[in-house]
Ligand binder design. Structure first.
Ligand code: DX5
Ligand code: ZN
Length: 219
């Protein structure tokens, strides 16, 4: 089993001091920094864009795990790469040509992630699994932090893990949305090796993010 990595979502951080929040995450054992980018069109909420990511780049050497919930995504990929993203994850519904978008991200020397909404089937991306670095399985409908985990997603994680094993593929399986101390173990046992979490990491145990990261990782 791959080492479990924790990718805290800064959506639940204090936006008035994001740089300090990112340093705090790094000092608390985070493996990646999950950046949720929303456009008020693909999802009903608006967050941040490349200029903010660029300034945050000065605060940490941890990889930026950038989750693009924007459409059309293709024309913005280059700006997110140049701003300092390390993993660029897109939704198949947000691009006219998934293969072109995958290859653009690769050409820019970034890791490619594809995200599946709760109602998007694995078979849509099955033929691309050899090419990509990560599948981000959404366990809530994207748009907001603090939503409830959709338990049916566990079967989807197991199915994807089986496909990965059967074909000896290397991509990471990351799960995003509603992860807490009661469901993290099941998510890991189903085959996930990266957990995203905003609310649990920033709010549980009076905001003791070190303890919350350790607890999520330890199952
Ligand atoms: C939802 C985002 C998630 C979410 C995670 O659209 O992609 O990253 O904010 O936050 P929690 O852990 O609060 O569900
Ligand atoms: Zn996300």
């Amino acid at each position: 089993m791959k080492k479990i990595q924790i990718s805290p979502s800064i959506l639940s951080a204090d936006f008035s001091q994001l740089g300090e929040e990112i340093k705090r995450l790094e000092n608390s054992g985070a493996d990646l920094i999950h950046v949720d980018v929303m456009d008020g069109h693909f999802v009903p909420n608006i967050t941040i864009g490349p200029p903010v990511i660029k300034t945050l780049r000065n605060y940490t050497n941890l990889p930026f795990d950038v989750h693009l919930m924007i459409s059309p995504v293709h024309k913005y990929i280059k700006s997110f790469a140049e701003a300092g993203s390390d993993i660029i994850t897109i939704h198949p519904e947000a691009t006219d040509n998934l293969i072109d978008s995958i290859y653009l991200i690769k050409q820019l020397k970034k890791k490619v992630g594809i995200s599946l909404n709760p109602n998007t089937e694995i078979n849509i991306i099955e033929k691309h699994l050899k090419e990509i670095d990560l599948v981000l399985i959404m366990s809530v409908y994207p748009g907001f932090g603090g939503q409830k985990f959709i338990p049916e997603v566990i079967e989807k994680i197991k199915k994807l893990y089986q496909i990965k094993k059967n074909n000896n593929l290397k991509f990471d399986i990351e799960v995003d949305g509603g992860i807490n101390f009661s469901n993290s173990k099941e998510v890991i046992l189903a085959g996930a090796n990266i957990l995203v979490s905003g609310t649990t990491i920033f709010k549980e145990n009076n905001g003791n993010i070190k303890k919350n990261i350790e607890t999520l990782r330890s199952m």
